[in-house]
Structure formats: structure tokens, C-alpha cells
Write a protein that binds this ligand. Structure first.
Ligand code: PH4
Ligand code: ZN
Length: 308
């Protein structure tokens, strides 16, 4: 069924695992993710960004997710990723999403609170949960200085005040991750001291990690071997994701690893089969690669297998 993440996060928090939140943009990506979750008997968050709504048309995405629920009967959360204003959150809530993110992290603290509370006050009476963000995902400057970290990473005391004043159900925090394939110039590093402080001040409260792709080297190498050009790509080591799940992180956002898995498979297929021009062949290979990557994440990193 379509579910909210409330109960899923509660169990994940208690058992120390995290739930993958995978971005969806087309049928094959959804099918790959969902078959992996089905096989791993794992709860699942399918998330739709504004970019995905523009690319695929919201109606198609909603119907594809409904098909996944009908086909597998998995507990699936349909989540709006990075909602940029009240309007889009309202639209998705009215459209049957079970969870929305209002990303007001670029606003001053008080304005972030006000806008987040406005979304919470609309969502909760309709049985929908809300994710907000406090702090700014790292840029890709080299290991940034301590005071720069304090200026951009999530402040633990502010996090507690934010949650109390907004009633939000989960909080995306900034501890050194960033979106995309180029997360670290030097050695990958997350601010675990900060994470521990935040989770200590917010016991039992679900935290969210954005920019949590590993940028798996096997896919980067395959992309580059078959015509791609993705130099120096680096992500979050899987050990760090496991560690974060032990300190209150219940939702782990993964999009770049999906893209790399799909792209590497398609590049390889097109390279190895120059005479083929049937999209079902290379899109099918892409789907299979997505399925295998998500199975790996669920089974070996997130720990959410056999939880349904
Ligand atoms: O946290 C992440 C993904 O992190 P990742 O890049 O490490 O996978 N996300 O919220 C995904 C953001 C995708 O937005 P868009 O569709 O506009 O490109
Ligand atoms: Zn994000």
C-alpha cells in the first residue's frame, strides 16, 4: 500500500537501519528499484523532485507508482523531494503524496520555521508527513574550515528548537554531504561529532541524509570505459552510511548511484551491440543495473532487508 514514513522510521530508528529514498524519473527506474525492494522484502521511499515532475509529467509518475503498489503490495512512501514552496507541497498533498519535503534551508532560520510550520499545518490534518532541512549541503570546496562548517552545517541546538517549533516529522541535516558525483575533493569526511550531538538532542527523531550516494566506482569506470567522461567522481563511503544509520539517520537519499548504474549499463550495451536500435534492449539493461545496485544498497548498506 501507499504509506507515510511515520511507522517505517519508528521501526528503522529502533532497529538501527535506514530506509533508502530513491529518486524516480521514468518507468524503468521505478521498476528496477521496486523489484529490488520486493526481493529484499524492504520498505521503500520513492521520491519525486521538481525536475522529475517536469521531465515525466506528474500524472505519469503518480500512475507508475500506483502501478508499483498494485503489482507488489510493498509498503511504499510517495515523497516530494526538495519542495521549494508551499504551493508545490500543497499540490502534492492534494494529489495523494504521503510525504513531502519543504526545503526552506536557504531562508533565514525564523523564515524556515514559519514556512515549514505552514506546510506541517496543511499536511498533518490530511495524514501526510513532512521533511524539512536545516543547514546547507556542503559545497565542493576543499575540506572547509571549522568556522565555515559552523556557518553552513546544521547547528544541533537550532535543530532541536526547529523541530519543537515546527512539529516536522523528519529533518534533513548538513554534515558534509552534497548532491551529485563530486562530493569531496580530498578524503571523504562527514561531521559525525555533529551528527551525534544532533541525535542526542533529538532522541527518537528521524534524521535524513541528502547527497548520500557512494558514486560507486564500478559504474563510474564502466561509464568512462564506454565513452563517458566523469573524472574524479567521489561520494560517501558505504561504511559512513552504515555509521550514520546508527545515529538517528532513518532516510538515505540516493539518486546519483541510480543514474550511474543505468548510464553505465546503457553505454556498455550500445558499445557492445552497435547494430541494435531497440530501446527495450538498452533500457532493459539499464533497469537491470538499477535493480542490482538497489539490491546491493538495501542488503549491504541500509540494512532494511526482511523488515516487511
Ligand atoms: O539527495 C539527493 C540525491 O543525492 P545524491 O546525488 O548523492 O544521490 N536528492 O535529494 C536528489 C536530488 C535530485 O534532484 P534533481 O532531480 O533536480 O536532479
Ligand atoms: Zn537532496
Amino acid at each position: 500500500p501507499l504509506v507515510t514514513s511515520k511507522e517505517l522510521f519508528k521501526q528503522a530508528y529502533e532497529k538501527g537501519y535506514a530506509i533508502g529514498a530513491f529518486n524516480v524519473n521514468n518507468m524503468e527506474i521505478i521498476q528496477g528499484i521496486v523489484s529490488a525492494a520486493k526481493e529484499e522484502k524492504s520498505p521503500l521511499i520513492l521520491q519525486v523532485s521538481a525536475g522529475a515532475r517536469k521531465y515525466a509529467n506528474p500524472i505519469y509518475l503518480k500512475k507508475l507508482v500506483e502501478s508499483a503498489v498494485e503489482d507488489t503490495d510493498l509498503p511504499i512512501v510517495l515523497h516530494l523531494d526538495h519542495g521549494e514552496d508551499f504551493e508545490i507541497c500543497k499540490q502534492c498533498i492534494d494529489d495523494g503524496f504521503t510525504s513531502v519535503m519543504i526545503d526552506a534551508s536557504h531562508l533565514p532560520f525564523e523564515e524556515n520555521i514559519a514556512l515549514t510550520k505552514k506546510v506541517v499545518d496543511y499536511a498533518h490534518p490530511r495524514g501526510v508527513v513532512v521533511e524539512a532541512e536545516l543547514g546547507k549541503l556542503a559545497g565542493i570546496e576543499d575540506n572547509i574550515s571549522v568556522d565555515a562548517k559552523d556557518a553552513t552545517y546544521t547547528n544541533p541546538e537550532e535543530a532541536r528548537e526547529f523541530v519543537e517549533k515546527t512539529g516536522v516529522d523528519s529533518l534533513a541535516i548538513a554534515i558534509g554531504t552534497s548532491h551529485g558525483a563530486y562530493k569531496f575533493k580530498g578524503k571523504p569526511e562527514l561531521d559525525f561529532e555533529r551528527l551525534k550531538k544532533i541525535s542526542k538532542l533529538l532522541p527518537g527523531f528521524p534524521l535524513v541524509l541528502h547527497g548520500a550516494s557512494t558514486v560507486l566506482s564500478e559504474y563510474v569506470e564502466a561509464c568512462n570505459k564506454f565513452g563517458g567522461d566523469i573524472p574524479g567522481a567521489q561520494g560517501v563511503p558505504e561504511e559512513m552510511i552504515k555509521e550514520a544509520a546508527k545515529h538517528g539517520v532513518c532516510k538515505v537519499n540516493i539518486d546519483t548511484d541510480l543514474r550511474l548504474a543505468m548510464t553505465s549499463a546503457i553505454r556498455k550495451h550500445l558499445h557492445d551491440n552497435p547494430s541494435n536500435f531497440d530501446p527495450r534492449k538498452y533500457l532493459g539493461e539499464g533497469r537491470k543495473a538499477v535493480e542490482n545496485m538497489v539490491k546491493h544498497k538495501i542488503g549491504n548498506v541500509l540494512g532494511s532487508s526482511d523488515q516487511i
